[in-house]
Structure formats: structure tokens, C-alpha cells
Design a protein around this ligand. Structure first.
Ligand SMILES: *Cc1c(COP(=O)(O)O)cnc(C)c1O
Length: 376
């Protein structure tokens, strides 16, 4: 970042940040390559989309958007309270869970503090930590040849916690790996982190992970005041575009987030869409079942091609395509298929592929097959 002009006014911690690189938007690929019929399997979005009830509610809410939203998102928090069996004063709503990750860091971290996350952990964690000037401590992940390749190593993470550790981020399952941690080990970790370290358990893929026996952090909330559980409407609920996530925490943490958040951080359409979704979870549940079927299909097809995949409890797969992964990514783009490169995570031989509809998965596989013999 330039140190001439107004750039020099930017605080050093922010100057040093590397921006988050999202999956390539469909419109960008259309512009760049003049393609149509693009398949995007790059951001773990839900191709079975939001329920018809949610979409109808959002369409109807357009008439009311001259009014500010309810800044407290009361109705949505009230519905979540019922849906989850968690007291309403433990619930915070964010503009996606990304918003809550930032608020948690801002609320708890001074430059003298540190926060812990895992190698191959979700890229937003080091970003929100470093933005505060605090030290970002990255624990080495489990090795490639373990049962959970590249997964969180809770023992390694625990070793990095000291008296100045205010936050620990655990994604369960993790993105971009899909891996998850053992339930008993996770509970022990939360207990041992102690009262002065908040454990942020990011359950963005919770709904997908249920069938894999992955922990439900909500049942630990009453027991561990240092636990914060994050969930989102962006993935299984099919509402990534309207940006709604939530945090479940001790009321004192919720109170801090409420003081710090922008006054109207969650818009009218998002609040209405999330509320209507909760009242009609059957569509979401059907999408989970279809996603699992398609995940199995993709896994089988990749196995048949001798392409290794990392165990996943989510709606995406980390696939090892080999040393030409960057070229495979580019060639897939030219074929109209967007997946996610993960070299930025230190996984240069891998690509992350979101589970799509059957036709989308087949287009991905066929485009991949067209590169066989040259790029993998
Ligand atoms: C997608 C994702 C989120 C959710 O982000 P939103 O801001 O709620 O859309 C959070 N954590 C992880 C690990 C994710 O993959």
C-alpha cells in the first residue's frame, strides 16, 4: 500500500492486511471470457436455494425498504431463541457471520493481546485478528497423512494459548478443508481454555455436519461462559446474498457485540428471509439430503479418477489435482466452471469444489476429464 498521499494515514495494522479473495463471481467470468451457462462451485453456496416461503417473504418485504430495519433484529432473534432453545439475550445477529467475527475481534483484542487459529483455518480469522493490531498465532495443522489431513490440531492450538490470548477460532467443520474435530476433545479444549479466553466455534456448516456426528456447540453454551458459537444463513439456508449470520454467547458478550455493531447492520430483506426460513426448515433439510447424495456422487467419481479428496462433513470437497492445480483452475474457468484455488492457504496442489446440482457436478467432471493427460 502506497505511503504517499492519504495512504499514509492508514494505521500500520490495516496497511499490512492482505484482502480476502472470494470465489470468482459468475458475472466477472462472463465479462472476461464472454461465456454463458457458467457453473459456480466456488463459494459453498447452496444451489437448492432458499425456501419458496423465504423468497416470497423477501419479495413482499421490498415494499417496506424505505423504512430502516429493526436494528435489534428482535423478531429474528426471538424466532432463533425458540428454534434453538437459547435465551434471546444470548443471540446476536450480524451482516453474515463475517460481521460477527470482526465485532468479536474488535470487542476483545488490544495490540498487546493475541488470538489463536489453525493453519488452513478459515482465512477471515487472521484478517480480523491482525486488523486490531493483536498478534495472530497460527497453530500447525494435522499432517497430510493423518486421519484428518490438514485438520485442526487442538493440542497444538492449546499450546499457543497464554495469559494474553483473548480469542481462539475453531471452524468445525473447517473451510477450506471440510475436516472436523473430535467432540470430546473439543469440549475438553473449551474447558481448558479457561475463563479469560473466548473460544469462537464457527459452525457455518453445522446443518450439513449433523449427519456426520459433528458436535452441536449450542449444548455447551450454558456450561462454558467462554464459548461463542457462530452460525450463518449463507450456506444450508441458501441466503448468502442477503448476509445474515448469528452468534450465540454469554449475555455479556452479546451485550458487547450489540454496543459495537453498526446501528442497522442487518437489512430488512435479510431479517425477513432468515425469519421465514426458520419457520419452514423442511426445504433446508431436503437440500441437506440432496447435497449429501451429490457429495457422495462427486467423491465416487473423483475416487474413480484416482484424485484424492480430504474427508469432509460440509458441502464442499478439497481435491488433490497435483502440481498443475493453478492451470487446471484456469482451464476449468475457460470451460465455464468456477472452483476455488487454495494456494493462498498453502495448498497449491489442491482445489476446493462446492457440491452442486447433478448437472453442475457432471459439467465439472467432464471439463476436468477434458484436461486429463495434459494437466493431471
Ligand atoms: C462461509 C463461511 C462463513 C460464513 O460467512 P457469512 O459471512 O455468514 O456468509 C463463516 N465461516 C466459515 C468457516 C465459512 O466457510
Amino acid at each position: 500500500m502506497s505511503l504517499k498521499g492519504p495512504g499514509r494515514l492508514v494505521v500500520p495494522a490495516v496497511r499490512a492486511l492482505s484482502p480476502y479473495i472470494p470465489g470468482k463471481p459468475v458475472s466477472e467470468l462472463e465479462r472476461e471470457y464472454g461465456l454463458t451457462d457458467i457453473v459456480k462451485l466456488a463459494s459453498n453456496e447452496n444451489p437448492w436455494r432458499a425456501s419458496e416461503a423465504a423468497r416470497a417473504a423477501m419479495r413482499a418485504a421490498v415494499d417496506d425498504i424505505w423504512l430502516y430495519p429493526d436494528g435489534s433484529s428482535f423478531e429474528l432473534r426471538n424466532e432463533l431463541s425458540r428454534f434453538l432453545g437459547v435465551p434471546i439475550d444470548c443471540i446476536s445477529i450480524g451482516n453474515g457471520s463475517n460481521d460477527l467475527l470482526m465485532l468479536l475481534a474488535e470487542a476483545t483484542l488490544l495490540p498487546t493481546h493475541n488470538a489463536v487459529y489453525s493453519q488452513y483455518g478459515f482465512a477471515i480469522y487472521p484478517l480480523v485478528i491482525k486488523a486490531t493490531g493483536a498478534e495472530a498465532r497460527e497453530a500447525p495443522a494435522l499432517p497430510a497423512n493423518s486421519a484428518m489431513p490438514f485438520g485442526h490440531d487442538l493440542d497444538a492450538m492449546a499450546r499457543l494459548i497464554d495469559g494474553s490470548t483473548r480469542l481462539v477460532f475453531i471452524a468445525n467443520p473447517n473451510n477450506p478443508t471440510g475436516t472436523w474435530v473430535d467432540n470430546a476433545a473439543l469440549e475438553r479444549f473449551i474447558a481448558q481454555a479457561g475463563p479469560d479466553t473466548l473460544v469462537v466455534l464457527d459452525e457455518a456448516y453445522f446443518e450439513y455436519a449433523q449427519g456426520f456426528g459433528v458436535a452441536d456447540g449450542v449444548r455447551w453454551l450454558a456450561k462454558y461462559p467462554n464459548l461463542v458459537v457462530l452460525r450463518t444463513f449463507s450456506k444450508a439456508w441458501g441466503l448468502a446474498g442477503v448476509r445474515v449470520g448469528y452468534a450465540l454467547s454469554h449475555p455479556a458478550v452479546a451485550d458487547a457485540l450489540n454496543r459495537l455493531r453498526p446501528a442497522f447492520n442487518v437489512n430488512v430483506i435479510g431479517q425477513v428471509g432468515a425469519l421465514a426460513s426458520l419457520r419452514d426448515p423442511s426445504h433446508m433439510q431436503a437440500g441437506i439430503a440432496q447435497s449429501l447424495t451429490e457429495l457422495r456422487f462427486l467423491q465416487e467419481q473423483l475416487d474413480a479418477r484416482k484424485l484424492a479428496t480430504v474427508p469432509t462433513a460440509a458441502n464442499f470437497l478439497l481435491v488433490r489435482v497435483g502440481p498443475h492445480a493453478a492451470k487446471v483452475y484456469e482451464a476449468l474457468l475457460r470451460g465455464g466452471v468456477i472452483v476455488r484455488p487454495v494456494s493462498g492457504y498453502g495448498l497449491p496442489e489442491y482445489l476446493r469444489v462446492s457440491v452442486g446440482l447433478r448437472v453442475q457436478n457432471i459439467k465439472f467432471l467432464e471439463t476436468l476429464d477434458s484436461l486429463r493427460g495434459s494437466l493431471w
